[in-house]
Design a binder for this molecule. Structure first.
Ligand SMILES: [Zn+2]
Length: 97
């Protein structure tokens, strides 16, 4: 299961880095993150008391990970280094096996 999670994180990080979604701070714990598929829409993400990022999009609902959450995490510098793709941009073969 850990491998699946790691692969999903890698995919989400890659998508977030590629998408370069616009991020606007709305309030202390609220950020608007642009939609990757609909240019003029976006999602309002909330950071809760524990520091977790919540997104109302369907992807987050299904997996707890989405391009918006990852984009905001990267924006805030809160994504652990271990989540980031390998420096070469290559695939971590230990994950794929
Ligand atoms: Zn989302």
């Amino acid at each position: 299961m850990a491998q699946t999670t790691r692969a999903r994180i890698d995919a989400a990080v890659s998508r977030a880095l590629e998408a370069k979604l616009p991020i606007i701070k709305v309030d202390r714990d609220y950020y608007a993150v642009g939609s990757s598929s609909r240019p003029n829409e976006g999602y309002l993400l909330e950071i809760d008391d524990t520091g977790s990022i919540w997104c109302p999009c369907p992807g987050f609902e299904h997996t707890g990970l989405c391009v918006h959450k990852m984009s905001l995490g990267l924006h805030l510098g809160r994504v652990p280094a271990s989540w980031l793709p390998t420096p070469t941009g290559g695939i971590d073969m230990a994950v794929v096996s």
